[in-house]
Write a protein that binds this ligand. Sequence first.
Ligand code: SF4
Length: 418
Amino acid sequence: MLELGMSLPGLQQRASAIAELPALGVLTLAGMTPEPWTCSYRGTSEVCEQSIERILADKPDLVAISALTASIEEAYRLAARLRAHQIPTIIGGLHASACPEEAETWCDSVIVGRGESVWPQVLQDVLAGTLQRRYVVPLNTMPLWPMPRFDLLSQTPARFTLQTQAGCPLACGFCGASRLLSRFAEKPVERIREELAVIQRLMPRPLIELADDNTFAGSRDVNPLFDALQDARARWFTEADWRIGERPEILQRLASSGCQQVLMGIESLVFRYPGMGEKQAELNRIMNAVDAIQSAGVAVNGCFIIGADGETAQSLESLTEFLLNCSLAEIQVTLQTPFPGTSLYRQLQSEGRLLVERGWSAYTLFDVTYQPDCMTVEDLEAGFRNVLRRVFSASATRRRNQIRRRIRNTARSNSRTN
Ligand code: SF4
């Protein structure tokens, strides 16, 4: 899209912020790896020919890899190279948990689910030379919440990641996050405080991306969590669904506890995904909630999915008009992507609509990976590009920048009156 002349400022910023986030999964496993083991960590951007050569020279006892679908082929190639030098590899994460048979063909071992509860066993097996092909963690296993080894990062990241909960109580049909790794569980606030203290030692006024799928979706009292974030002087970003805009106890404290932006899935305007539960509502109600959040001094980044069943050239035009005129401070527009392990994937697979020849590397959220029901693949690709070109034009971006400035001013004047 950059080649087509689209600068997509908001999307680029968000993409690079996400790409630089520390990988919490492997840092957490490092955190529960006891002495005399030693660990080192390479973020995605640090994996290059030179660093691979160093790993080959160091000959570690084990390399643990985590990768999302779009980069899984790179991860497999890395694993194959390490294995060719007799360095054992173990892989985990959403994609490997959804496709363990595939992952097993590339790596010595696969962890299905959250790895913490099997990690001590994995380490024991490595020492004994009996690494198993697959370690399966039952979905209802309670997370152990070990402390991630942030000290392994080679440099202080722009943002730290912190999980306050695992999974999501909802089950939107396109989403694997809520079901593949563990059941929904909330991290005790005392544990969150300990983690914040560690992060604060590295960044006194930390910038934090909550690595939650849907913060506040549980039923616990939100005040202790807000207290912890506020006491740490954190500036934080998170993902939540629109219902927080109808909860005064959240609106009262969101901005003052340091929340800068909430990413919110408004999803498809033409298709009602199964499993959305109470998240499914009339657009008016959702936008009233957005306005309430923004009036409380926090910007909302509304996320929209293009290409669900029922999408047509007309519906893309309506979406564009809506996005050009709505009150959202930021927007994210991506193509429907049937990630493995989701009910959407199973549906499209059973209907023979997956474009498997495009490979996992096309699962970027910006490439069409299935046959749409009311459009050709080419028309959907062109329609998507056209929506992006219009909603990320200079004037549309300027308009959203103004909305964000107004929200920042509201937050400032609210904090003065409090
Ligand atoms: S609300 Fe968000 S995290 Fe929860 S299932 Fe839906 S898309 Fe996934």
